[in-house]
Design a protein around this ligand. Structure first.
Ligand code: TLP
Length: 342
C-alpha cells in the first residue's frame, strides 16, 4: 500500500522502537519521568521558549492553548479553513466557551495578513464578544501545506500585542515550514505567545505533541492537561520515540517536500486535474478533480484498488508525503491516477 492519506500514518522506525523499549521512566504526574523531562527541556531549548509540555495529540495541545489564553464569552480569530475551527469537534466551544470569528486570507494561502485580521478584531462592548486570541496555522493544512514566513508572523504578533491580544501558532507541521523557508523554528515562532507542534506527523514519532510558551502559560497548561485526563504517568515510553524524532527527523523533511513537488508536477499533466505545482512547498498536495468525470470519493475508492490511499472531499483530493513514502512510489501513484481518471 502507498498510504498518502496523511503524514500521521508513519510507523516508528526500529531505532525509535529500541529507544522506547529501553526508555528510562518515572511518574510524569509527579514530574519524575526523566525521558519526558528531557523531551520537554529539548523542545523549550529548540524553540527558545521558557517551557514545554508533552501532550497526547495536536488537538489536545491546541485545545489547552485556547483554554489558557481565553475566558468564556470571548472570541478567537482564525482562518476559515483552520484545523482548530473545522476539525476539532467544536471543542473550543465545549471546553473554553469561546466563539470563532473566521477570516479569509486574501491570497488563498490560509495565512491572513494583519489587514485581514484587524478587520475582524473586536474590542468588546455591550453586544460584541471581545477578541482574546489570534490563531495562526503554519504550515496551513487545508491551504495545501502553505508556509507563513517569519516577517509575516512577526508583524501579526507585534500588532496583536499592541492590542493586548495573544497569538497561538498551530505548528503541527512547523518543521516543514522551517525547511521550506530556510528559517529556524525559533524565527518562525519567536513573537508568538505559544506554539503547538506535532511529533507524530512528518517527524514520524508514534504519539504526541508539544506545547511551548512561557513558564506561567505552561504551568497552567499542565493543570488543564491533567484535568483532561492527559497526566500519562510512565509516558517516557512514548516520549522516547518523540525525542528521537525531534532530534533526527527535521533534517529529512526535505525528501518529503521533493516527493510532493514531483507528485504535483506529474498530477498537473493529467487531464481534468488542476494544481499549481509551484505552490507545493512542503509535503501536502491538494488538487482539484472537478474536471474529471469522477467525484473525489469515487477516485479515492478506485485508487485504493490500485494500492494507493488518499483523502477526498468537495472537489479535491489530498495526498501527503512522509517518511514511509519513497521517491520510487511517486511514479506508481501517478500511474494509478492515470488509470483511475481515464
Ligand atoms: N490533522 C490531520 C487531520 O485531523 C486532518 C491530518 O491528517 O492532517 N493541527 C493541524 C494543522 C493538523 O493538521 C492536525 C491533524 C492537528 C492540528 C491535530 O493533530 P492530532 O491529530 O494529533 O490531534
Amino acid at each position: 500500500m502507498i498510504d498518502l492519506r496523511s503524514d500521521t500514518v508513519t510507523k516508528p522506525t526500529p531505532e525509535m522502537r529500541a529507544a522506547m523499549a529501553s526508555a528510562e521512566v518515572g511518574d510524569d504526574v509527579y514530574g519524575e519521568d526523566p525521558t519526558i523531562n528531557r523531551l520537554e527541556q529539548r523542545a523549550a531549548e529548540i524553540f527558545e521558549k521558557e517551557a514545554a509540555l508533552f501532550v497526547a495529540s495536536g488537538t489536545m495541545g491546541n485545545q489547552i492553548a485556547v483554554k489558557v489564553h481565553t475566558r468564556p464569552g470571548q472570541e478567537v480569530i482564525a482562518e476559515e479553513r483552520s484545523h482548530v475551527f473545522n476539525f476539532e469537534l467544536g471543542m473550543a466551544g465545549i471546553l473554553s466557551g469561546v466563539t470563532f470569528r473566521t477570516v479569509r486570507s486574501s491570497d488563498g494561502s490560509g495565512h491572513p495578513t494583519w489587514d485581514d485580521i484587524s478587520a475582524a478584531y473586536r474590542p468588546g462592548d455591550d453586544h460584541e464578544a471581545a477578541t482574546a486570541l489570534i490563531w495562526l496555522e503554519n504550515t496551513h493544512n487545508m491551504g495545501g501545506g502553505t508556509v507563513m514566513n517569519a516577517e509575516h508572523c512577526a508583524e501579526i504578533c507585534e500588532n496583536a500585542h499592541k492590542l493586548g491580544i495573544c497569538v497561538h501558532i498551530d505548528g503541527a507541521r512547523i518543521f516543514n515550514a522551517a525547511v521550506a523557508t530556510g528559517s529556524s523554528v525559533v524565527d518562525l515562532t519567536r513573537h508568538a505567545d505559544s506554539v503547538q507542534f506535532c511529533l507524530s506527523k512528518g517527524l514520524g514519532a508514534p504519539v504526541g505533541s508539544i506545547l511551548v510558551g512561557t513558564e506561567v502559560f505552561i504551568a497552567e497548561a499542565r493543570l488543564w492537561r491533567k484535568r483532561l485526563g492527559g497526566g500519562m504517568r510512565q509516558a517516557g515510553i512514548i516520549a522516547a520515540g518523540g525525542l528521537l524524532a525531534l532530534e533526527q527527523s527535521p533534517q529529512r523533511l526535505i525528501e518529503d517536500h521533493v516527493n510532493a513537488r514531483t507528485l504535483a508536477n506529474g498530477l498537473a499533466q493529467l487531464d481534468g486535474i488542476v494544481i499549481d505545482p509551484e505552490r507545493v512547498l512542503t509535503n501536502i498536495v491538494i488538487f482539484d478533480v472537478s474536471g474529471t468525470a469522477k467525484t473525489p470519493t469515487k477516485i479515492c475508492d478506485e485508487l485504493r484498488r490500485h494500492g494507493v490511499f488518499a483523502s477526498g472531499w468537495d472537489h479535491s483530493i489530498r495526498m501527503v508525503t512522509h517518511r514511509d513514502i519513497s521517491a520510487d512510489d511517486i511514479p506508481a501513484v501517478l500511474q494509478a491516477m492515470r488509470q483511475v481518471i481515464n
